[in-house]
Design a protein around this ligand. Structure first.
Ligand code: PGA
Length: 255
């Protein structure tokens, strides 16, 4: 089945409000209606979400905004956290959860990712669920098993209709920010195993509809080969999303 590609920029902890507005405006200025063949999303830091959203709304360009994290409780004494209703009010339609940097530096567990996914789904925000193995796991030959277990844990208790609203991003940790991209074959092997796991959980119709992205040093030089793979439906882009010119090249490769 034909899945609409998705290109999502993960700005990580980059761009002040002023810088974010400039980048959003640069992206917006290059929009043309062929982009409608691809869902385009930027995920800036929390403080930049509203300013970026305002740029895209003002220019009437269909670029969505997403957060990079969320907390599952609705409100209360959780100092430093941001809730789903807060994201909803900004007009956030997407949220990255379970990024390896959050898992690695901030101790986010599979259970946390599952709670975050459920909280987002209850508000109609699409979770972009990140999974991926370390180099040690890959070298031990356990990459497929490890990643598929992360997928099962993230989707625990989520029904088929809700699963349809999710995106999975396969990001091998050894490829993130390192310039060392997975080969198209390595990426396809894992993305196909992710889809097979989704098919076990929800059946072929649902698993065929869920988008699986690749992330990890995706750039204008390697995008074509990666997205040509049958189970790769777009990218979650870090470094190459911080400049409009390279991000737009990645979008164009998908249309
Ligand atoms: P990268 O980051 O493109 O800079 O490797 C991707 C990500 O971490 O989402």
């Amino acid at each position: 089945m034909a899945r609409k590609p998705l290109m999502a920029g993960n700005w990580k902890m980059n761009k002040t409000i002023g810088e974010a507005v400039v980048l959003a405006q640069d992206i917006s200025n290059q929009y043309d209606d062929r982009w409608d063949a691809c869902d385009v999303v930027v995920c800036p830091p929390f403080v930049d979400l509203k300013p970026a959203k305002t740029v895209f709304e003002f220019d009437r360009v269909p670029v969505g905004v997403g957060a990079q994290n969320v907390y599952w409780e609705e409100k209360g004494a959780f100092t430093g956290e941001i809730s789903v209703p807060m994201l909803k009010e900004i007009g956030c339609e997407w949220c990255i959860i379970g990024h390896s940097e959050r898992r690695g530096y901030f101790g986010e567990t599979n259970e946390d990712v599952n709670k975050k996914a459920k909280a987002l789904l209850s508000a109609g925000i699409h979770p972009i669920i990140c999974v991926g193995e370390s180099l040690a796991v890959r070298d031990a030959g356990d990459a497929l098993e490890f990643v598929c277990a992360q997928v099962r844990a993230a989707f625990a208790g989520i029904d088929a209709a809700q699963a349809n609203e999710c995106v999975v991003a396969y990001e091998p940790i050894w490829a993130i920010g390192t310039g060392r991209t997975a080969t198209p074959e390595q990426a396809q092997e894992v993305c196909s195993a992710i889809r097979a796991t989704l098919s076990e959980l929800y059946g072929a119709e649902v698993s065929d509809a869920i988008r699986v992205l690749y992330g990890g040093s995706m750039n204008p030089g390697n995008v074509e080969m990666l997205i040509a793979q049958p189970d790769i439906d777009g990218g979650l882009i870090g470094g190459a999303a911080l400049e409009a010119s390279s991000f737009v090249q990645l979008i164009k490769a998908c249309i």
